[in-house]
Design a protein around this ligand. Structure first.
Ligand code: BMA
Length: 340
């Protein structure tokens, strides 16, 4: 029985392996059969990574970043019985506009998937006269209706909260530039209707810790717990040979998530395995989803590896919350309401 309570979508079928004996550092450990999705996973798709999954009926469903062989990223639907072995649709997700006409983005990458009430929302990065956030909704994973782009360019790494807070939809995002963005803080915005977004607040910025000293960005949808919103995000450092992406953890105030209650100064996972260090873009661990079981507190983290593979890592709500709290360093710009 988990001491830290998990609310929201929960599945007892969450993939799981026990923590290996002798595991050191943060209480996040990798699936021994990683990566779970290898190269050339579908016809015309060279690599799948940075993807989001969730339970659906008795099985699992996901939105996957598929890098086509021509280099253009798109989103593909995938299904699984065990949340480890995935089968992908041959065609890209067929987005429509509100009138039901085809409305495909020019490109689409880094999708997140969030269910609020009876509707599933997909958000991703796309071209809106520059990199920005695209969004669509579905209730059946057959019809996908694009809704208004929430923000002006340039912006990336948007992820909705899985329920309304104080009657409003909330979404994290990371304002950026048109390139590989050498800066970036996480902000939260609210909306009454998923069309108009405002009341933007700063959530948290980069830190002086090496692994997140350049920029940070939202990752998996925040998990509601009895301690606050548990956020797995990415932190980036710059080296002479490129960026390194690690997974970080923080806990946001449940009623005002612009306030960071705890923020772990240590990374939870940093590229160390061959599939994280070697690939199209080396040294990338990029979390986009979690699945959890409220009863046991088990959490499975899905993360993109080296812009080439999908990896799976495990933790428990009790262990990761304790670790984040024990190693928490919260700066003034994190703990304030984020309005200037
Ligand atoms: C970011 C995004 C991610 C990618 C990362 C590392 O800017 O494009 O999709 O995983 O760079 O290349």
């Amino acid at each position: 029985m988990s001491k830290v309570k998990i609310y929201g979508i929960s599945t007892s079928k969450v993939p799981w392996q026990d923590k290996p004996a002798g595991h050191k550092g943060a209480p996040v450990w990798r699936y021994t059969e990683n990566p779970i999705i290898g190269r050339n996973p579908a016809e015309g798709v060279a690599r799948i990574f940075n993807s989001a999954v969730m339970p659906y009926g008795d099985e699992f469903i996901g939105v996957f970043r598929g890098e086509q062989v021509n280099g253009v990223p798109y989103i593909y639907l995938g299904r699984s019985r065990d949340a480890i072995h995935w089968e992908f649709d041959e065609e890209k997700i067929p987005f429509k506009d509100e009138e039901g006409k085809d409305f495909m983005p020019v490109y689409a990458y880094d999708p997140r998937l969030v269910k609020i009430e009876d509707t599933y929302y997909i958000m991703w990065c796309q071209d809106f006269y520059g990199a920005s956030i695209g969004m669509a909704r579905t209730t059946d994973f057959k019809t996908f209706t694009r809704i208004e782009n929430p923000f002006l360019p340039f912006n990336r790494n948007a992820v909705l909260f899985p329920r309304k807070v104080n009657g409003k939809f909330l979404m994290l995002s990371r304002p950026s530039d048109s390139g590989h963005t050498p800066f970036g803080d996480i902000f939260v915005s609210e909306s009454p209707d998923m069309v108009y977004w405002g009341k933007h607040r700063h959530v948290m910025g980069k830190s002086s810790e090496w692994w997140e000293s350049l920029k940070i960005g939202g990752g998996a949808a925040p998990v509601e717990t009895s301690e606050g919103w548990l956020l797995f995000y990415h932190g980036v450092t710059g080296t002479c040979n490129g960026y390194v992406y690690s997974i970080g953890g923080a806990i946001l105030d449940i009623d005002d998530p612009s306030i960071v209650k705890y923020r772990c100064e240590n990374f939870l996972l940093t590229p160390e395995e061959w599939y994280e260090e070697r690939g199209f873009v080396p040294n990338v661990a990029f979390p986009c989803a979690t699945m959890q079981d409220a009863e046991t507190g088990r959490i499975a983290i899905y993360y993109g590896c080296a812009d080439t593979y999908v990896g799976l890592a495990f933790t428990t709500a009790d262990e990761v919350v304790d670790y984040i709290k024990e190693h928490s360093v919260v700066r003034e710009s994190d703990s304030e309401i984020g309005k200037r």
